[in-house]
Design a protein around this ligand. Structure first.
Ligand code: ADP
Length: 446
């Protein structure tokens, strides 16, 4: 506002000054007998004055670091003062930016985590000391190089190109060293990426110890439990058993059976967790497998509701038959457990552009939405009592999730409370066997 007033006043003065000069020039012209010559001389002087000031301003702008700003009055003084102010402000901001940048570099350099920035072509722009130590990057030498030329681990390369950076990838960059790294990419700006690197060797070692402990404990418990369960079985079938002891012995036998199921499931899970890389496997005749699962359910003779087979493809799946059988059987078993005897269960197998899919749909009591994301956690149960009563170990869906992961697949759960649930196993297209490797499937429809 003040600036605008100053500038308006400056312009008024300038106009008045031109008018006065022109009047004086006209008077001088009339005095010498040539009005136009007087006016032209005044304008020429006026033009010279402005050219001179323009020259001084231009000179100063070109030599601002060594020369002082020109000392001009009037409008030129205002303009010079404003340019000086803008110049100082710009210098101040530049200085501040440099300081902030230095501060940022100092703080990221001393961070315990590795940080690197990549451009849109995945070339390294900058990295801190920790990133250099963890990834073996060399200052200056590696700037501008593509990160996938320096970290060639297949899982990292897949992660980098897949563009799904929601969670980190954990890799062991050098097989001869026990170091594990967690690498997370965070996109920013125009397709640039921030790469965060953490040493997770300790966590990985603890996780490995946990896995080994569970596997060893389950293994050690299996033999004594088999003996106990065997004796209880014999006792329970002994007709001379005291009446008062019959009920406790039956209960003990049931609990021993539950413990056996839990230990078996823990061993299956440990085996699946042992190696998290994708399994190769061989073609599995999925139609025969799900037909068998249906037969097994019907053979129990407990259900009055239908068990439908909806087979829409004769594709076979490449994988480990034991693991796929275990995953599918767990889903079918759950549908049987959590659906009233009269409710229908549908098994579906189909292939589309996204890959191959197997789903088990039931019309049971369904699962409240807040439980769905946690269902695949070990021992997570929605209805503790119901699960125990049906002999569930609480490990079934964890087994399904791991088995699918080892086939590059995932489990998708949809459920409406009171209406039923659909558990779908999604497999990527590369898991579908090529036509030549297919078995001749046995088509069964219900
Ligand atoms: P469990 O041995 O207890 O069945 P799972 O891991 O197989 O353990 O399942 C975890 C929990 O998910 C179950 O306890 C149950 O509450 C819920 N659940 C699984 N399948 C179904 C289903 N088809 N309908 C309703 N609830 C289900």
């Amino acid at each position: 506002m003040v600036d605008a007033e100053v500038s308006l006043r400056g312009w008024l003065f300038a106009v008045v000054r031109v008018l006065l000069a022109l009047t004086a020039g006209a008077a001088l012209g009339l005095f010498v007998g040539n009005l136009w010559a007087g006016l032209a001389a005044t304008l020429a002087m006026y033009l010279t004055f402005h050219l001179y000031n323009l020259f001084r301003l231009d000179y100063w702008l070109n030599h601002r670091s060594v020369a002082d700003p020109p000392d001009a009055g009037g409008l030129w003084g205002d303009v010079v003062a404003r340019v000086v102010r803008l110049h100082r402000r710009k210098r101040f901001h530049k200085q501040r930016m440099i300081e902030i940048f230095r501060e940022l570099r100092r703080s990221t350099a001393s961070m315990p985590d590795g940080v690197a920035t990549l451009n849109r072509d995945h070339e390294i722009i900058w990295f801190n000391r920790t990133a250099s130590r963890l990834l073996g990057l060399k200052r200056k030498l590696d700037f501008g190089l593509r990160i996938d030329n320096l970290i060639r681990h297949p899982e990292f390369v897949r992660y980098l190109h897949a563009g799904q950076y929601g969670s980190p990838v954990v890799i062991r960059p050098n097989v001869s060293e026990p170091t594990w790294l967690s690498i997370q990419l965070v996109p920013y700006g125009e397709a640039q990426k921030l790469m965060l690197v953490r040493d997770v060797t300790r966590q990985q070692q603890l996780e490995q110890m946990r896995k080994e402990f569970v596997a060893n404990a389950s293994h050690e418990l299996r033999s004594p439990l088999t003996v106990i369960a065997g004796y209880l079985e014999t006792l329970a079938s002994d007709s001379s058993l005291d009446r008062d002891l019959r009920q406790p012995v039956d209960e003990m036998r049931r609990q021993a059976e539950r413990m056996t199921t839990i230990i078996q499931d823990l061993l299956v899970l440990s085996k699946l967790e042992d190696d998290e890389s994708e399994i190769e496997g061989a073609p599995i005749d999925v139609i025969a497998l799900i037909t068998l699962l249906r037969k097994e359910v019907l053979a129990r003779g407990q259900r009055t509701g239908e068990v439908l087979l909806n087979i829409e493809s004769d594709a076979t799946l490449i994988g480990d038959e034991t693991q796929i059988h275990s995953a599918f059987a767990n889903l079918v078993e759950n549908a049987v457990k959590y659906t009233p005897e009269s409710g229908a269960i549908t098994l579906r197998w189909w292939v589309d552009d996204d890959g191959a899919h197997f789903s088990v749909a039931d019309v049971g009591k369904g699962i409240p939405a807040q439980h769905i994301p946690r269902l695949t956690e070990r021992f997570y149960r929605v209805d503790e009592g119901r699960s125990r009563a049906t002999g569930g170990s609480g490990l079934g869906l964890a087994i399904v999730k791991h088995a699918l992961q080892r086939h590059g697949g995932r489990l998708e759960i949809q459920s409406v409370e009171g209406r039923g649930s659909t558990f779908a196993c999604r497999f990527p297209s590369h898991r579908i066997a090529p036509a030549t490797a297919r078995h001749e499937p046995q088509r069964v429809r219900a």
